[in-house]
Design a protein around this ligand. Structure first.
Ligand SMILES: Nc1ncnc2c1ncn2[C@@H]1O[C@H](COP(=O)(O)OP(=O)(O)OP(=O)(O)O)[C@@H](O)[C@H]1O
Ligand SMILES: [Mg+2]
Length: 391
C-alpha cells in the first residue's frame, strides 16, 4: 500500500551506496571506544567485530551499561571509534568530516531514539519535512505530500498540524518513525524505541519495524524487551563492551552474560569435511562441541559390527557433554553429514568450570544427558541396523 514511498524496498545494494562487494551492509572492524573520565580512560567497547547483511533485523541486547548505545553511536556516526573502522553501505565513516557525516547520515540512515526527540516548536508534518529539507532530498514541492503520506502510514495524518507536546508518547514515536523514513534510507537504527512505551503501544511500534524489514529495510534495534528480542532475525548480545559468541548464547542460555563472555574467549573453531569422524565411540571424549554450520549424524555401534544412526543435529545444537559430565569414553560416533561441518568447541576443563559456576546450566545439561542416554538405549533396541560404511 505504501510501497511507492520507498525506493529501497528490494534486497539489493541501493544505487550510489557503495559497491557492496559482499552482502554486508554494515561492517564493524576491531572497534575500540574509550572515554576520558577524571583520572584516565574507560574502555567501553573492547574490540567489536560485526557484519550485518542487507535485510537483517538485528536486535542488540545486553545489560545496562554494557555498551549498546555506544555501539549504535559508532554505526550512525553520532560518535567515532577510538580505533577500528565502521563501514556502512561501502562508506568508511571515519573518512567523513562532521558536515559530510550529517548529510550522509540524513540520506542513508533513519534513527529512532527512546525519547522520540521531535522538535517541539515544529508541527508533526514539519518535523518530517525537516530531514528532506536538510539533505535536499525530493523536490521541494514533493516534501509536504510525502510527509503527509508517511504520517498516514503511521496512522497520524489527521493530526499533522499538531505540535509534538499535544500527542501521546506512543504517537510521538510513530511520528519519529515516519521522520526516520523521510529520506527513504536503506538503514534504520533504533535505540530502545519501545523503552518508554506501554506494552501495547510497544507492540504497535515493533510491528511497524517488522513491516519495514519485510519491505527490504535493514534494521538495528537496541532493546531491553526480551520478548521482542526473540522476534528479530538475529540478536547480538553485548557484555562488558564485547560481543558474546552467538552460538554460546544459543546453546547455553542459562549462563550469566559474564559467563557467556568467558566461554566466548575460550572457544576454538574447527571444520570437518563431509563424513569426517568428529568423535569416535569408545575413544576418550574431551571437548564440548556446538554446531555452527552443517549437520552431524550420531551413530551407535551394535554387536556384529553394524551401527544405528540415532539422530542428526544442526546449528545451535551441541554434543560431547555426556562424556565430560560422566568422565567417560565416547558413547557414540559423531560424523559430519554430507556437507562440511563447522563447530566451536570448549576444552573439557573450560566446560566443567562453567558447569561448576552455573547451577542452572549444570541442571540443564544433566537433564539433556539423561534424556539422550535414554534415547540411545531405546534406539539400540528398536531401530533397524545399517552396515558400517553405508552412506
Ligand atoms: N560520554 C561518555 N563518557 C564517559 N563514559 C561514557 C560515555 N558514554 C557512555 N559511557 C559509559 O560507557 C558505558 C556504556 O554505556 P552505554 O550507554 O553504551 O550503555 P548501554 O548498554 O546503552 O546501557 P543502557 O541499557 O543503560 O542504555 C557505561 O558505563 C557508560 O557510563
Ligand atoms: Mg543505552
Amino acid at each position: 500500500m505504501f510501497g511507492h514511498l520507498f525506493r529501497h524496498n528490494h534486497p539489493t545494494v541501493p544505487a550510489g551506496f557503495g559497491t557492496g562487494e559482499a552482502a554486508a551492509i554494515i561492517t564493524v572492524k576491531d572497534v575500540v571506544k574509550s572515554f576520558k573520565v577524571g583520572t584516565g580512560d574507560v574502555v567501553v567497547l573492547k574490540g567489536i567485530n560485526l557484519a550485518v547483511e542487507q535485510g537483517e533485523f538485528v536486535g542488540i541486547i545486553g545489560k545496562s551499561g554494557s555498551g549498546k548505545s555506544t555501539l549504535v553511536n559508532m554505526l550512525t556516526g553520532i560518535d567515532r571509534p577510538s580505533s577500528g573502522e565502521v563501514v556502512v553501505g561501502g562508506m568508511s565513516l571515519n573518512t567523513l568530516d562532521e558536515n559530510e557525516m550529517a548529510v550522509w547520515r540524513g540520506r542513508n540512515q533513519g534513527i529512532v531514539f527512546q525519547f522520540f526527540q521531535l522538535l517541539p516548536m515544529l508541527s508533526l508534518v514539519e518535523n518530517i519535512m525537516l530531514p528532506m529539507d536538510f539533505c535536499h532530498m525530493f523536490a521541494p514541492s514533493e516534501r509536504r505530500p510525502r510527509a503527509m503520506e508517511l504520517l498516514d502510514m503511521v496512522g497520524m495524518a489527521d493530526q499533522a498540524d499538531k505540535l509534538p507536546t499535544a500527542i501521546s508518547g506512543g504517537q510521538q514515536q510513530r511520528v519519529a518513525i515516519a521522520r526516520a523514513l523521510a529520506n527513504d534510507p536503506p538503514l534504520v537504527f533504533a535505540d530502545e524505541p519501545t523503552g518508554n512505551l506501554d506494552s501495547r503501544t510497544a507492540e504497535d511500534v515493533f510491528r511497524m519495524f517488522e513491516g519495514l524489514v519485510k519491505g527490504g529495510k535493514t534494521i538495528v534495534m537496541v532493546t531491553h524487551d526480551s520478548s521482542l528480542a526473540k522476534r528479530v532475525t538475529r540478536t547480538v548480545l553485548i557484555a562488558d563492551g564485547e560481543i558474546v559468541n552467538e552460538w554460546v548464547v544459543k546453546a547455553l542460555p542459562t549462563l550469566t552474560h559474564a559467563q557467556m563472555l568467558e566461554a566466548s574467549h575460550k572457544l576454538e573453531h574447527q571444520r570437518f569435511g563431509p563424513g569426517q569422524v568428529i568423535m569416535q565411540q569408545e575413544q576418550p571424549g574431551d571437548r564440548f562441541y556446538i554446531i555452527v554450520e552443517g549437520t552431524v549424524n550420531i551413530a551407535l555401534a551394535r554387536s556384529g559390527g553394524s551401527e544405528v544412526v540415532v539422530t542428526h543435529m544442526g546449528p545451535g545444537q551441541y554434543f560431547g557433554e555426556i562424556e565430560l559430565v560422566r568422565h567417560d569414553r565416547s558413547v557414540a560416533t559423531v560424523r559430519a553429514g554430507e556437507a562440511p561441518v563447522e563447530v566451536v568447541t570448549l576444552s573439557g576443563d573450560a566446560f566443567m568450570d562453567l558447569l561448576a559456576e552455573s547451577e542452572l546450566t549444570r541442571d540443564a545439561i544433566q537433564h539433556v544427558v539423561r534424556q539422550r542416554l535414554r534415547e540411545n538405549v531405546a534406539a539400540r533396541r528398536a531401530e533397524p541396523t545399517i552396515a558400517v560404511g553405508a552412506p
